[in-house]
Ligand binder design. Sequence first.
Ligand SMILES: [Zn+2]
Ligand SMILES: [Zn+2]
Length: 336
Amino acid sequence: MKVAQISKPGGDWELVERAIPEPGTGQVRVKVEACGICHSDVFVKDGGWPGLQYPRVPGHEVAGRIDAVGVNVTEWKTGQCVGVGWHGGHDFVCDQCRRGDFAMCVNRKVTGFDFDGGYAEYLVAPAAALAAIPEEVPAEEAGPFMCAGVTMYNALRNSGARSGDLVAVLGIGGLGHLGVQYARQMGFETAAVGRGKDKEPLARQLGAHHYIDTDAGDAAAALQTLGGARVILATAPDAKAISALVDGLSANGNLVMPAAPREPLTIPAASLFLERRSVTGWYSGTARDSQDTVEFSVLAGVHPMIEKFPLSRVAEGYERMHSGKVRFRAVLTMDE
Ligand SMILES: [Zn+2]
Ligand SMILES: [Zn+2]
């Protein structure tokens, strides 16, 4: 099989032939049809992820079909459409797992980090990492739901916001263009916050009721004129823009961080305690959360906007993502 691998931190993309792997106990083999390129894949490309071993095949937005089933796998069948996402499995025995919080497993695995991922014609994954994908969802759309999609959907449905509440999505990129769609479809009054006037038509097309241009004035004040945001979902990698938006929260409002900007946030504590506001992190979700994400997306008509690249053009697809030029998710496909 063909795979795209990285041999050392900072190494170039290498397209190599490997033997097709066999699934072990509790694992399945997936014939990959598509795999999204996520910004987190920079940790494989450039290094900086603790314990990551090379060579490594990245890719945790995988969609394809089960091609072989290992022993002790009872719920999954050859030929079934599945996705494999960021959550690459858990140990079932640590304290977090014993409490049923598998995403917080102390021995959790990340697909394409702890084992080879979906920049490949086949991958082997634990059955616990599988999401069932409805047949009607194209693989190149299903892939991005496995990381970007579930992160947005799961963050919002656990955010404490209720239908009708004002929810602001900061940033309209790979994460944010899905976040805006979910916020609208989940019944929130939806504000998209972006830089520049030119993003407004797209934000409206994605379902935003309001568009706030951070170049045009004080975005926090603009949110306050709308009553203050119950939740701000911060997807832009800009710590300054995120920190500046905290004063746009309502009382008891929650700034949700589903990703990490390079710089630390700078937030005056007074902005938090005077209005009983909070800042919380959100971490992805389990495979069933990813399946919920796809099922909701089908119901509500949520679609990722993608650019497709064949596996042989992985370097080009990665560069489109890394430079921020891609609109809005780069997806590798396995057919040339
Ligand atoms: Zn990701
Ligand atoms: Zn565990």
